[in-house]
Design a protein around this ligand. Structure first.
Ligand code: KIV
Ligand code: NA
Length: 262
């Protein structure tokens, strides 16, 4: 899809929205040729692409490099970009400069974790003509407060809090809300109570759409095997075997051949 208007339309027509994360030019080129609806340049780039243990290490510059690389390969598919750790908590001026840089680098929308005292800023960004996607449930930038990457919304209080936050985000103008790691029945209740589409990860089948980390679904993150993840390829071993074939060919002097030489 090319614009956020299609998000709304898909929810109305009950057509699921598919999203993946994307961090670089070469994978963006491939995603561009698929039927995937939209991409997220996630701050998970800090973990997947840079080897950090949490998303706390993502910063504005890291995000900008990834946004501009993805933009060059993704064609006119909708590109949502993550506000990194604390970028929305350093005052309005700082935040608006980040929005400015993200949009000039090629983002079509931004995503911000949490609600509460961030709602005011989200409203201001939306009123500035920049679409905002919300993110509730497991908000990985708060991993130290949450005590780990664990299921959220498991009791009545916490699930009601997520529902109320979701309504506040919708009222603030968010065009869509990511629901991460919450029980399917909680995600269903939230989705039914909103007019904007929800995008789930580890949130069951009743959300308006799904998102997975590209490298996770392609099987490149070997030691990451949560229950919610379906792997569509054994990428890790495929690449490893291809590299070992190349290594063997070089060492046995089978590469290059005469045909591959000048
Ligand atoms: O950064 C990320 O990959 C995300 C998705 C999991 C929603 O925020
Ligand atoms: Na993220």
């Amino acid at each position: 899809m090319k614009s956020i208007l299609e998000f709304q339309k898909k929810k109305q027509l009950n057509i699921p929205i598919s999203m993946v994360t994307c961090y670089d030019y070469w994978s963006a080129q491939i995603v561009q040729e698929t039927n995937i609806d939209a991409v997220l340049v996630g701050d998970s780039a800090a973990m997947v692409m840079h080897g950090y243990e949490t998303t706390i290490n993502a910063d504005v510059n890291m995000m900008l490099y990834h946004i501009s690389a993805v933009r060059k390969g993704i064609g006119d598919k909708l590109l949502v970009a993550d506000f990194p750790f604390l970028a929305h908590r350093k005052g309005k001026k700082f935040a608006m400069n980040v929005v400015d840089d993200f949009m000039k680098c090629g983002a079509n929308a931004i995503k911000i974790e949490g609600a509460g005292s961030t709602i005011k800023l989200i409203k201001y960004i939306v009123e500035s003509g920049v679409p905002v996607m919300g993110h509730l449930g497991l908000t990985p930038q708060s991993v130290n407060s949450l005590g780990g990457f664990t299921l959220q919304g498991v009791n009545k209080n916490s699930s009601e809090k997520i529902l109320n936050d979701a309504k506040e985000l919708e009222d603030a103008g968010c065009f869509s809300i990511v629901l991460e790691m919450i029980p399917a029945k909680v995600a269903k209740l939230i989705t039914n109570n909103l007019s904007v589409p929800t995008i789930g990860i580890g949130a069951g089948k009743y959300t308006s759409g799904q998102i997975l980390v590209l490298q996770d679904l392609l099987g490149f993150t070997k030691n990451f095997n949560p229950r919610f993840l379906r792997k569509y390829m054994e990428g890790y071993d495929l690449v490893k075997n291809a590299l070992n074939k190349y290594d063997k060919d070089v060492k046995q002097k089978n590469f290059p051949s005469a045909k591959e030489s000048y």
